[in-house]
Design a protein. Structure first.
Length: 67
């Protein structure tokens, strides 16, 4: 699973800086102080982000592709 935005228009980037190409959205949600302003329902976004990470990790945590 990709946690970034491969492309965005200048308007999208102006409205939401995490939409800029190259921005890791998982890191942004948890480490960027502006995330709580960008996402009014930040607790729900954080929970959904963690759920997505858990799903993408699957059950085979020793899979070399996950390292």
């Amino acid at each position: 699973m990709v946690y970034g935005c491969p492309a965005a228009t200048p308007v999208a980037i102006a409205l939401n800086s995490c939409s800029a190409p190259g921005v890791n959205q998982v890191r942004m949600v948890f480490l960027d102080p502006e995330a709580r302003n960008i996402f009014p329902d930040w607790p729900a976004i954080a929970a959904e982000t963690v759920a997505g990470l858990r799903v993408s990790a699957g059950t085979d945590l020793d899979d070399p592709l996950r390292q």
